[in-house]
Design a protein around this ligand. Structure first.
Ligand SMILES: Cc1cc2nc3c(=O)[nH]c(=O)nc-3n(C[C@H](O)[C@H](O)[C@H](O)COP(=O)(O)OP(=O)(O)OC[C@H]3O[C@@H](n4cnc5c(N)ncnc54)[C@H](O)[C@@H]3O)c2cc1C
Ligand SMILES: NC(=O)C1=CN([C@@H]2O[C@H](COP(=O)(O)OP(=O)(O)OC[C@H]3O[C@@H](n4cnc5c(N)ncnc54)[C@H](OP(=O)(O)O)[C@@H]3O)[C@@H](O)[C@H]2O)C=CC1
Ligand SMILES: Nc1ccccc1C(=O)C[C@H](N)C(=O)O
Length: 507
């Protein structure tokens, strides 16, 4: 085994995983003065040859204010570039079983979430990272094992099949749901860990672009909505792409999909549940995608602590995988980087100034250790909250959105929000700019704010605060709803009695 980086006196940070979160973390650390090495098991996404071999998860993603504000905090130019390639989605478009469409806006002031190309996002972040002089990117380098006490890790060069032992001062694990860094961390710390597969899975399908009367590509559905076909125990969704196509994702219980054994079964199931979508997907293409695209599992992972001394921390999906139904997984991962950056700055962790003398090194180490302890303390409640909220949003999307109770509560929620924010209508860019200056999402917001708004458009409000405040508001909505029902019942009874009395006195 060859040895690299041994005792060259440089304060080296290693980031494991060059997914979007790893790239952003590398940029943040490098700008703070660290020498950063990034190890990525896959080939470089930007090379045309790797496009076919690197199978990515979802084609597109929804990014919201939380992710954008985090990007702004690390590098405002990156967030500007994204917004130029993104498609705003102002609300949900609900497709009922008869093919009617109903719009439900996300926000009273028109704030929206943005559909972006996952590969483009990752490629852009990789390009940005490769332009920072103190970042080195190693592709096809898979981390196999880590010795945190000796600050070394074993990395396999997948081209030469050789194992390299490399030294580090600080390790960031951003290596996704099946993180090796997390698994190695479990051997060093008493980590509480919970993993849950839900009994549903997903498969991606595609609605192609149409043609307008000039023969140019055009969208077959409204591009400024996230489309949902809620069918109670399963659902289909569609997000727009820049080339005027839509990426659709079918989420359904495994047992439901297992029943679709023949092409006949698939076609008739789609005709029954999604006839309008089938017309857009095209039967032949649907059957091809069904046979060839993977059916993937959905998983929630919770862990605590996220760090070991001043040596290692896990962020992004490595620390918190959540089901995708709130569209917050990556937003939350980007927020991790923003919070970590703020804590490192707060604790005076600045490797550029770290002198080589042993006592000062120990001081730097203890500062890093404090920053990481604070990270675990402040972040855990929020990460658990968003994992739970994501699970809840699946029920809302596939079922509740169609029920009168939900629609009534939603209307009341929005009404109370409008009254409460009478004097302060928000302008999206201005709100984001002001929030980028707030280091931590902890703010206790006053007034009435719907849960979706807090989670999606208020990065100054932590996920846990949003969850707690929404639970209190929900109790009020339920009580008002019950009182409303009683009042309506009493009024109808009163009028019925009056009509009956009128009829009997005329007799
Ligand atoms: C269907 C679906 C839809 C989603 N939609 C949204 C959405 O709309 N909005 C949103 O915010 N989030 C969404 N998410 C979640 C989002 O995809 C993840 O949160 C995000 O990809 C996590 O980024 P990451 O960088 O932490 O991890 P990853 O993207 O998983 O990157 C980890 C990287 O680490 C590398 N790696 C792994 N092991 C090793 C190793 N041993 N050595 C070296 N490298 C390694 C991997 O190759 C990978 O490149 C969705 C997820 C799914 C499944
Ligand atoms: N929360 C959720 O429900 C889901 C979240 N996601 C997130 O999206 C990210 C991007 O997806 P994608 O890049 O396609 O990731 P993949 O599912 O392809 O996984 C990335 C790597 O993790 C390893 N891996 C995959 N499955 C397992 C397993 N069951 N046990 C151990 N290791 C496994 C594989 O490494 P190797 O090559 O060594 O086998 C694989 O290359 C994921 O990393 C995850 O964070 C993805 C799916 C569902
Ligand atoms: N990106 C996603 C991927 C899969 C499932 C949902 C989403 C969402 O973004 C849902 C959106 N936040 C909503 O509540 O309507």
């Amino acid at each position: 085994m060859s040895v690299s980086n041994a005792e060259d006196g440089v304060q080296r940070a290693v980031v494991v995983g060059a997914g979007p979160v790893g790239c952003l973390a590398a940029i943040s650390l490098a700008r703070a003065g660290w020498q950063v090495d990034v190890y990525e098991a896959r080939p470089d996404l930007r090379l045309p040859s790797s496009k076919a071999t690197t199978q990515q998860r979802s084609i597109n993603l929804a990014i919201s204010s939380r992710g954008i504000v985090a990007l702004q905090a690390i590098d405002p130019a990156i967030s500007e570039r994204f917004l130029q390639t993104a498609i705003p989605m102002r609300g949900r478009m609900i497709h009922d079983i008869k093919g009617n469409q109903h719009s439900q806006l996300y926000d009273k002031d028109g704030q929206c979430i943005y559909s972006i190309d996952r590969a483009l996002l990752n490629e852009d972040l990789l390009s940005e990272a490769s332009m920072v002089p103190n970042i080195r990117l190693f592709f096809k380098h898979k981390v196999l094992a880590i010795d945190f006490d000796n600050r070394t890790m074993v990395v396999r060069d997948l081209d030469s099949e050789r194992d390299i032992r490399t030294a580090f001062h600080f390790c960031i694990g951003a290596d996704g749901s099946y993180s090796i860094v997390r698994r190695q961390l479990m051997r060093a710390v008493r980590m509480n860990f919970q993993q849950e597969y839900i009994p549903h899975e997903y498969i991606e399908l595609k609605i192609p672009a149409g043609r307008n009367k000039h023969g140019k590509p055009s969208f077959l559905l409204d591009p400024n909505h996230l489309h949902i076909w809620p069918r109670h125990s399963f659902m289909l969704i569609a997000l727009p792409n820049k080339d005027c196509s839509f990426t659709c994702t079918l989420f359904a219980p495994t047992c439901e999909l297992d029943r679709l054994a023949t092409t006949q079964d698939i076609s008739s199931w789609f005709k029954t549940h999604f006839s309008d979508a089938l017309a857009l997907l095209g039967e032949e293409k649907l059957l091809y995608d069904f046979a060839n695209n993977p059916r993937s599992p959905l998983i929630t992972i919770k862990a605590e602590p996220y760090h070991y001394k001043g040596r290692c921390v896990i962020i992004g999906d490595a620390a918190h995988s959540m089901v995708p139904f709130y569209g917050q997984g990556l937003n939350c991962g980007f927020e991790d980087v923003r919070v970590l950056q703020a804590l490192l700055q707060d604790n005076g962790v600045a490797p550029r100034n770290a002198p080589p003398r042993l006592d000062k090194e120990a001081l730097a180490d203890s500062r890093l250790s404090n920053a990481l302890s604070r990270y675990t303390e402040t972040r855990h409640e929020d990460l658990v909250a968003i994992c739970d909220l994501a699970m809840y949003n699946y029920i809302e999307m596939r079922h509740s959105v169609t029920t009168p109770t939900y629609l009534f509560k939603k209307a009341l929620d929005n009404f109370l929000y409008a009254i409460s924010s009478w004097h302060s209508p928000s302008s999206e860019p201005a709100v984001r700019a002001s929030m980028a200056t707030i280091p931590f999402p902890t703010h206790r917001p006053s007034g009435w704010i719907p849960l979706y708004t807090m989670v999606t458009f208020r990065p100054d409000v932590s996920y846990a605060t949003a969850k707690k405040k929404a639970a209190r508001q929900s109790e009020v909505l339920t009580t008002v709803g019950r009182l409303g029902t009683i009042l309506m019942g009493a009024t109808s009874l009163y009028w019925m009695l009056r009509v009956l009395r009128g009829t009997s006195s005329r007799r």
